[in-house]
Structures are given as structure tokens and as C-alpha cells.
Design a protein around this ligand. Structure first.
Ligand code: IMO
Ligand code: MG
Length: 427
């Protein structure tokens, strides 16, 4: 049985796209299980760069079937333009399937995302503005519109009759803005529905059949553990479940069918948007990492906040995801520093804290306790085995693995597919 979940262990942007792309070469199917086009996965194939937001990164491998599971929220316009831009570059999207149960990001979700953020003033979350939170809100409050409704004009019409008075009540009553009419929405979405109809199906059947037939199935997490609506730094989180359990609820696959969970972690830490970040470096080292690691958002272009590796975060991720392996990314970015630091615990009010706190009030008072290691230098991009790395880089990897309690199975030493060290085959 080979069903492998790939999850982000930090605040997103860990390099999941590269890992998925790499493993897709061996996978028969790649499945996204949560999030939407708030994700931004950059994949470098030879010297070509692809930025994907919604379609699984597996689409870049010739024969891999790509599935958008029920846990994903789908903006139909974004999906179509992503399909078109892949087609323009010679990549077929015929192998794409979308769950009939996936919820649709409606035009009013995007409007509400902006209105809610504006109304929060300096307490805003710093969302990507893609309508993610309002779409998941409607899903849970049972005002959602699913792909099955979108592609059936009678169902869409009936759902809008129920939903629009509620939505417009919010937009007009709470925010004092003009609401949406059914005609306006149908005019925009009917052509999108026509285009997408043939891709919509019961994807739980497809994924389970593939696993039962012994095929290799990869579950592609978006965002990261600390952005999880339950396990993340609430309320500075996204509205879905990026953690490994989300792969089951977000696809209709039982937990007994998952064989491995690989956690993707940068060799340092980044965060976009607001919220506490204990190892953040507001100094020249933070700036150096941002420039060298090209730490600017794929989705919004925002500069990412940068800091040292936080092993308290990684231990927490190992626990809530049941990690079986770690993929350590951007090791090359740290090359050139005299010393590197790993946060091994926090300190609050003179007390040592080993477990990641659930309360962000406590987290924002946490001061990192660091262990300092000797740095390394030089170009790592040619390394294809651990032996090819400078000794201090190897010591860093070993120490991370030891503190986190999870073996490192992949080390990334550059942006390209080939610039990777694999120490244990994931499938
Ligand atoms: P990938 O898949 C990093 C952050 C936003 C914001 C919070 C809520 O590329 O790792 P949302 O629009 O989801 O309601 O915003 O979550 N965020 C991400 N940060 N990488 C991502 O995805 C993110 N997706 C959402 O910046 O703080
Ligand atoms: Mg991103």
C-alpha cells in the first residue's frame, strides 16, 4: 500500500511544490485535499518555472492523474485560467478530476474576504484575499455551493435563492456595501460551469480505487501545520485542515489507507501575514535569508518574515501529523553563515517550555532558547548524497533530525528537481 501524505510543517511556503513535483514522477495520482488558490507552489522543471495555485503540482508529470478533492475550495475562474496557461505551455490537463463535493468560491466570498479584513483594521489576519475564509464559513454553516450545484443550472439557481438573501444581508447590513444579484452571478458562472462540467466527478471512488489497485497515491498538502484552523496559531490561520488528518476528510479516504506522512520544512522559518513568530529575525540576518532564499510570496508577492529554524514547531508538527519523514528544504540558502541557530525550546517568565503552546497570548511571550552550530559555506547544489555536503551541513541535518525525532528523508540543495538528496525512497 502506497499512499503518502506531504504536509507543510511550518507556516506554509516550505517548498511542498518541489517535493510533490519530485515524487510525482513515481506517483500514479496526486490529490489535493484542502485550501484553494491561497496556495502558491513554485516548481522548476529544467530551467522553466511554473507557479501553481490550485491544480496539483503533479500535473507537470506526464501521466499522473490529478485530483482536486472535496476538501478543496475551488474558484472556477482561477481553475480555468490555470488550465489555459498550462495548455499554452504544452501541458495537458486532461488528467484532472474535480470532486463534486468541493465547495465553490463565489464572487461574494472574495468581496467578503476583503470587507472582513478591512473591518479588522490593525487586527487583520493578512489573508490572501482569495475568498478562502468566507467560502469555508459557508461550507460549515451549510450555506455553501458545491461543484455539483455549479454544474447543474437548476441546482445553482435554487441554492442562490436560499443563500443570496443571507449573503446580501451581511454585505449590505453589516458592511454597508452593494450586494450581488442572481442574474449577475449566473451570467458570470454559467460559462465557467459549461467549461468544467466534464471534469467533475466522485473523486473518492477514484482515489480509493487507485489505492486498492496498489497504485502510488500522493496527497498534496497546501499551507502548513501552523496555519491549520485547529492546530495552528489561531486566529492567525487559514480556514482549512492542512495537517495530515485533513488528507482523509478532504478526499474521502480512511486513515487505515495512509502509509506515510512526509513533513516539509525549510532549514529556517518563514511566515507571511500577521501572527506570532518566536524565532523571527528583524535584523540583517533575516534580510540576508530573505534575499538569498528569494522569500517573497508566490501568491501575493509580499516579503516573507524570516527567522531561525524552530524545532519546537517541528516537534509539534511531528506529533500532530504523525510524521514518518522530514524533507529539509533550502539547505543551500543557509550556506555562507559563520554560525546557524536552532531553537530547541522556549522560555516564558523564566520557565522552560518544551511543547508548542496552544494559546497565542502565551506564544507571543515566548523567547527562543537557541543551540548554536558552526555554519558552512560553498555551493551545495551539486551534492547528490549526504557525503557530498560540508561536514557542518551534515551535522546540522543530523541535529535537526535528533531534536525533532524524525528521520530526514530528503534534503533540497537548490530549486531544480535534480538539486536534491534522497536518503530514503518515499514510496
Ligand atoms: P502555500 O500552500 C503561506 C496565510 C496568509 C494568512 C493566512 C490566512 O503556498 O504554503 P487565507 O487567505 O488562507 O485566509 O489567509 O494564511 N497563507 C499562507 N501562507 N503559504 C500559503 O500557502 C498560505 N496560504 C495562506 O498569508 O496569514
Ligand atoms: Mg506559498
Amino acid at each position: 500500500m502506497s499512499a503518502v501524505v506531504v504536509v507543510g510543517t511550518q507556516w506554509g511556503d516550505e517548498g511542498k511544490g518541489k517535493i510533490i513535483d519530485l515524487l510525482s514522477a513515481q506517483a500514479d495520482m496526486v490529490v489535493r485535499y484542502q485550501g484553494g488558490n491561497n496556495a502558491g507552489h513554485t516548481v522548476k522543471v529544467d530551467d522553466e518555472e511554473f507557479k501553481l495555485h490550485l491544480i496539483p503540482s503533479g500535473i507537470l508529470s506526464d501521466s499522473t492523474v490529478c485530483v482536486i478533492g472535496n476538501g478543496v475550495v475551488v474558484d472556477p475562474g482561477v481553475l480555468i485560467s490555470e488550465m489555459d496557461s498550462l495548455a499554452d505551455r504544452g501541458i495537458s490537463t486532461d488528467r484532472l478530476q474535480v470532486s463534486d463535493k468541493a465547495h465553490v468560491i463565489m464572487p461574494y466570498h472574495k468581496a467578503l474576504d476583503k470587507l472582513q479584513e478591512e473591518s479588522k483594521g490593525d487586527r487583520k489576519i493578512g489573508t490572501t484575499g482569495r475568498g478562502i475564509g468566507p467560502c469555508y464559513t459557508d461550507k460549515i454553516s451549510r450555506y455553501g455551493i458545491r461543484m455539483a450545484d455549479l454544474v447543474d443550472s437548476r441546482s445553482l439557481s435554487a441554492r442562490l435563492d436560499l443563500v443570496l438573501p443571507y449573503v446580501n444581508g451581511l454585505i449590505e447590513g453589516v458592511y454597508g456595501q452593494t450586494g450581488f444579484t442572481k442574474d449577475q452571478i449566473v451570467a458570470e458562472m454559467a460559462p465557467q460551469a459549461d467549461r468544467l462540467r466534464s471534469f467533475v466527478t466522485d473523486t473518492s471512488v477514484l482515489v480509493n480505487d487507485a489505492i486498492d489497485a496498489g497504485q502510488k497515491v500522493l496527497f498534496e498538502g497546501a499551507q502548513g501545520t501552523l496555519l491549520d484552523v485547529d492546530h495552528g496559531t489561531y486566529p492567525f490561520v487559514t480556514s482549512s485542515s492542512p495537517t495530515a488528518g485533513g488528507a482523509c476528510t478532504g478526499t474521502g479516504v480512511g486513515p487505515t489507507k495512509i502509509s506515510k506522512v512526509i513533513g516539509v520544512a525549510k532549514a529556517y522559518t518563514t511566515r507571511v501575514g500577521a501572527g506570532p513568530f518566536p524565532t523571527e529575525l528583524n535584523n540583517e540576518i533575516g534580510d540576508w535569508i530573505r534575499e538569498k532564499g528569494k522569500e517573497f510570496g508566490t501568491t501575493t508577492g509580499r516579503p516573507r518574515r524570516c527567522g531561525w529554524l524552530d524545532a519546537v514547531v517541528l516537534r509539534y508538527s511531528a506529533r500532530v501529523n504523525g510524521l514518518t519523514g522530514l524533507a529539509l528544504m533550502h539547505l543551500d540558502t543557509l550556506s555562507g553563515l559563520d554560525q546557524v541557530q536552532i531553537c530547541t525550546a522556549y522560555e516564558v517568565d523564566g520557565k522552560r517550555v518544551e511543547n508548542f503552546p496552544g494559546d497565542i497570548q502565551v506564544l507571543s511571550q515566548c523567547r527562543p532558547v537557541y543551540e548554536t552550530l558552526e555554519g558552512w559555506s560553498g555551493d551545495l547544489s551539486k551534492a547528490r548524497s549526504l557525503e557530498d555536503l560540508p561536514e557542518n551541513a551534515r551535522k546540522y541535518i543530523d541535529r535537526v533530525s535528533e531534536i525533532v525525532g524524525v528521520p530526514v528523508c530528503i534534503v533540497s540543495v537548490g530549486g531544480r528537481r535534480s538539486e536534491t538528496i534522497i536518503t530514503e525512497e518515499p514510496f
